[in-house]
Design a protein around this ligand. Structure first.
Ligand SMILES: Nc1ncnc2c1ncn2[C@@H]1O[C@H](COP(=O)(O)OP(=O)(O)OP(=O)(O)O)[C@@H](O)[C@H]1O
Ligand SMILES: [Mg+2]
Length: 250
C-alpha cells in the first residue's frame, strides 16, 4: 500500500560518482506526489545520474534515497517507477518492432503473473498487458507504426516510442530524461499533453529538460541541479535570471 502523505521521491545527503569521478554532492530533495517536477541544469550536471540512482543503474556512495518513504528498490521491483531514457542511450539498430519495444515496458509487471501464463504464447498473456501496450501506442499516436522496426523511425517518433514504453508500465512515477530534446513542435505538444494527462490522473512526473517555456507552462516545481542542488521551488522563482545565472556557475 502506497502512502499518500509522503513525498514521491526524497533524497538526503546523496553522493554519487563514476569510478573515482564525483558527480553529485550532498544532494537533498523532496518531490511531491502527483505533481510535475522539472529538473534543469547544464550538460554534465548529474541530472541523468540522479535517474541512474533511482532506476538502480548506479549505487549512491553515501546518503539516502527513498520512494514513497520506503527503500527505492522495493518500488522499483513493484514496477512503480517508469523510466524514459535519453534517446542517445538506446541501440536503435537492434531488430525489434515498435510494439515489441513498448511491450518491454510490461516485462517487470509480467514477472508477477503465474508461471503457467508466462509459458503460454503471447495471445494468452493476461489481457491487461496487451490493453496497456495498445493504449500507450495510441496515446503517442504510433499505432499505425506498431510493426515497423524501431531503426526506421524519425527522431520524434523514436521519442514517442520511448514514452509509450514508459506509459505501458502504468507506474506511479514517470522519470523522463529529456523527452523533448530534438523533437519537432507537433511531437513536443503531443508529449507534453500526454504527460499533463498522466499528471492529472494522479501520477508523479519528473522530467529532465532544457526547455524553459514548457517548464514555465507545465511544471509545478523546478529543481535546479549542477552537481549540487542550486535551488528548488516554483517555476517563477527558479527560472528568473539571477537563479539561472547561479545555475550556470554551479
Ligand atoms: N557511465 C559513466 N561513466 C563515467 N562517467 C560518466 C558516466 N555517465 C556520466 N558520466 C559523467 O558524469 C557527469 C554527469 O553526467 P550526467 O549524464 O549525469 O549529466 P547530465 O546532467 O545528464 O548531462 P546532459 O545534459 O548532457 O545529459 C559527466 O561529467 C559525465 O561525463
Ligand atoms: Mg543527461
Amino acid at each position: 500500500m502506497i502512502r499518500s502523505d509522503c513525498p514521491a521521491i526524497e533524497a538526503r545527503g546523496l553522493y554519487a560518482a563514476y569510478q573515482d569521478q564525483p558527480v553529485l554532492s550532498d544532494v537533498s530533495l523532496s518531490l511531491p506526489q502527483g505533481e510535475w517536477t522539472a529538473i534543469i541544469g547544464p550538460n554534465g550536471a548529474g541530472k541523468s545520474t540522479l535517474f541512474n540512482l533511482l532506476i538502480g543503474n548506479l549505487v549512491p556512495l553515501r546518503g539516502e534515497l527513498r520512494v514513497f518513504n520506503e527503500p527505492v528498490a522495493l518500488h522499483r521491483r513493484a514496477g512503480h517507477i517508469a523510466y524514459m531514457a535519453q534517446r542517445e542511450n538506446m541501440e536503435w539498430d537492434f531488430p525489434i518492432s515498435v510494439r515489441e519495444t513498448v511491450m518491454t515496458g510490461r516485462f517487470g509487471l509480467m514477472r508477477a503473473d503465474p508461471l503457467w501464463r508466462r509459458l503460454l504464447p503471447r495471445r494468452w498473456w493476461h489481457p491487461s498487458h496487451m490493453a496497456a501496450i495498445d493504449a500507450a501506442l495510441e496515446a503517442v499516436d504510433m499505432t499505425a507504426f506498431a510493426k515497423r522496426p524501431i531503426g526506421a523511425l524519425s527522431g520524434g517518433q523514436k521519442k514517442r516510442v520511448l514514452l509509450a514504453r514508459a506509459l505501458a508500465q502504468q507506474a506511479r512515477i514517470l522519470l523522463l530524461d529529456e523527452p523533448l530534446a530534438g523533437v519537432d513542435s507537433p511531437s513536443e505538444s503531443l508529449i507534453l499533453d500526454v504527460l499533463d494527462r498522466e499528471r492529472q490522473s494522479g501520477r508523479t512526473v519528473v522530467m529532465v529538460t532544457h526547455d524553459l517555456p514548457s517548464t514555465r507552462r507545465y511544471a509545478d516545481q523546478v529543481l535546479l541541479i549542477n552537481r549540487v542542488v542550486v535551488g528548488a521551488g516554483s517555476p517563477a522563482d527558479m527560472l528568473d535570471n539571477a537563479m539561472l545565472a547561479r545555475l550556470a556557475l554551479g
